[in-house]
Every structure is written in C-alpha cells, then in structure tokens.
Design a protein around this ligand. Structure first.
Ligand SMILES: *[C@@H]1O[C@H](CO)[C@@H](O)[C@H](O)[C@H]1NC(C)=O
Ligand SMILES: *[C@@H]1O[C@H](CO)[C@@H](O)[C@H](O)[C@H]1NC(C)=O
Ligand SMILES: *[C@@H]1O[C@H](CO)[C@@H](O)[C@H](O)[C@H]1NC(C)=O
Length: 290
C-alpha cells in the first residue's frame, strides 16, 4: 500500500459538518471490495496487490492488457456543473464520463468500431437494471438525449479501455458486459466524488452574487483527493462548469483500486475569482450540447 492510512471508499459517505484533520486525507478508492461487486465475468487476473499500478515503471511486456490498464493508464472521472440551463440535481455535479488518458495526458478515442454500440439503455436494462434510475438523474445530457450521450462516452472513451476489451471476459459472457461494467464503475466513482459536498465543507456554495478565490476551490477539492490536485474548468463568463479527478489504478477498470494522482493535470482556464452559480431550472437559454 502506498499510504499508511487508507480510507475504504464505502466509509466515505460524506458528512459535511464533520471535523477535518489539518491536511488532506489519503484515500485509495477501493470500489469493489465485496466479491459480488467485483467483476465475476472478467477474466481472472492476479490480485490487485500483485499487479503494477497503471503508468508505473514496473509494467512489463508480461503484464496482460486485461489486468493492467494500458496505454490509457491515467484514468479520470469528469463531472459537469451545468447551471444554465440547470441539469441534474440542484445539489450535485453530474457525471460526464470515465476516460482512459495516456500516461502523459494525451489520449486515444474511438479505439474499436467493433465495440461501439447504439443501445446503451437496453444493455443496462438487461445487465445492470438497478443503475438506470441513477443514470437518468446523475448522468444526464444537456440536450435531453441521455442515450446518445451515454453512447458517445462509451464509443469514444470506453472502447479505449484495454481491461474492458471483449477478449478480457470469460467465455459465454454477454457481448456487452463491458458496457455495463463501464457504466457501473463510472457511477461508483461518481457516488464517491461528491464535489458539491467537498466544496460545501469549505463554505463554498453556489451563489448568484459571490465569487470565490480559485485557490480556495482548488484547495477544497485537493483536500478531498489525497492532496492531489483536481482539474477545474470554467466557461467564458468565468463560472465553474467542470471538474476532473485523476487516478492511477491497480487492476482492471471494474475491480481496480483507484489512487488519486495529479502529475499530469492540465492548466485550468478559470479566473482568479471564480463564479459558482446556482442551477437555473427555468432558464430560457438553449442547451449547448455536450
Ligand atoms: C444491442 O445492439 C446489438 C447490436 O445491434 C445487439 O446485438 C444486442 O442484442 C443489443 N442488446 C440489447 C440488450 O438490446
Ligand atoms: C435524461 O436527461 C434529462 C436531462 O437532460 C432528464 O431530465 C431526463 O429525465 C432523462 N431522460 C429520461 C428518459 O429519463
Ligand atoms: C426562476 O426561478 C427562480 C426561483 O427558483 C426565480 O427567483 C426567478 O425569478 C425565475 N426566473 C425566471 C426568469 O422565471
């Protein structure tokens, strides 16, 4: 283990008022510690602890692409704050997607036509039906067409995940189990990464008239990401509209341990004083599309 103290992700159900220690809490997100939540249909891999961390120098040619995520070993969860018009709950950032960047921060996209789908909703209904309500509330498109948005995220990013390749699944597994595993993993991370609560715990709440020092927003998020920087993005009016959390992972996407990292985080485009606007659900502005 890289950290002397480890918070199991399921304990992290967030309490805003909680007393906080002086510096950031080291966290390894162990998403699927219960066997029934791991990836039973995925090919057998060595235990996570016996695998090299993605992007590490310990990776050799002998490491299976099904067990060690590569070349896209820099995994990030991207979230939206769609405030005008508002989408998703008024008190939550929504899920954008889970992306496998290359270790240097560049990325591949649309990696395999064969794996592309046009029926994510049907696949989820069949393989992970309990996810659908959450997806329709927290993984929403700003043009109203969630199905197209989910397809876009899978087809563009999911198909580039080496550990979700169809060849990584046991014989007889549904052809689209990888799509379900992609959605399940993205949502498990989304549930842990409570950006709204992370900011609120430092007194940063949406406001029509207040602005916040960029460094305070960055510090609040870093505090909750094992002292690793979190990428923030702003729109043209200097208002926060996206947040990206970076990880290196040990194991395959659906059963890995996720360790926060920040060595490749891009420069942000936010002004020194950032707007964080309340979501407007009665906006007359047209949606912009993702
Ligand atoms: C999704 O679409 C593919 C390709 O058309 C098809 O083979 C598969 O059966 C569909 N899955 C579901 C659950 O509808
Ligand atoms: C899809 O997303 C929208 C927001 O864009 C949400 O209001 C809607 O309920 C979702 N669609 C379905 C079919 O539930
Ligand atoms: C939108 O709703 C808010 C309350 O949620 C209200 O204060 C505001 O006046 C409304 N704006 C318009 C343009 O209707």
């Amino acid at each position: 283990m890289k950290f002397s103290s480890v918070l199991v992700a399921f304990l992290a159900s967030f309490v805003v008022a909680e007393e906080q220690p002086a510096c950031g809490v080291p966290i390894v997100y162990r998403l699927f510690t219960q066997p029934e939540l791991s990836a039973p249909l995925h090919k057998d891999c060595p235990a996570n602890a016996d695998l090299p961390l993605s992007c590490s120098k310990e990776i050799t040619d002998k490491d299976s692409l099904c067990c060690v995520q590569q070349p896209g070993g820099l995994v990030l969860l991207a979230q939206f704050w769609d405030y005008d018009p508002g989408f998703g709950p008024e008190d939550a950032f929504t899920l954008h997607g889970l992306w496998p960047d290359n270790c240097d921060g560049t990325y591949q996209q649309y990696c395999d036509k064969e794996q592309e789908v046009s029926n994510v909703t049907d696949i989820i209904k069949k393989l992970e039906p309990s996810l659908l309500d959450y997806m329709n509330e927290h993984w929403v498109s700003d043009d109203g067409d969630n199905e197209s948005f989910w397809e876009h995220e899978w087809n563009k990013h999911g198909t580039c995940m080496s550990t979700l390749n169809p060849s990584c699944y046991k014989e007889g597994t549904d052809k689209h189990q990888n799509v379900a595993d992609y959605a399940r993993t993205a949502i498990a991370l989304q549930k842990e990464l409570n950006t709204f609560g992370f900011l609120g715990s430092k007194g940063i709440w949406p406001s029509d008239d207040k602005t916040y020092p960029k460094q305070d927003i960055e510090a609040a998020l870093k505090y909750h990401h094992s002292n690793s920087k979190v990428h923030i993005a702003c729109d043209k009016s200097g208002a926060l509209n996206e947040v990206w959390y970076y990880f290196h992972i040990q194991g395959a996407i659906p059963s890995a341990e996720y360790t926060p990292v920040d060595d490749t985080i891009p420069k942000n485009n936010c002004p020194d004083q950032v707007k964080y606007l309340p979501k407007k659900f009665n906006s007359t502005k047209p949606a912009t599309g993702y």
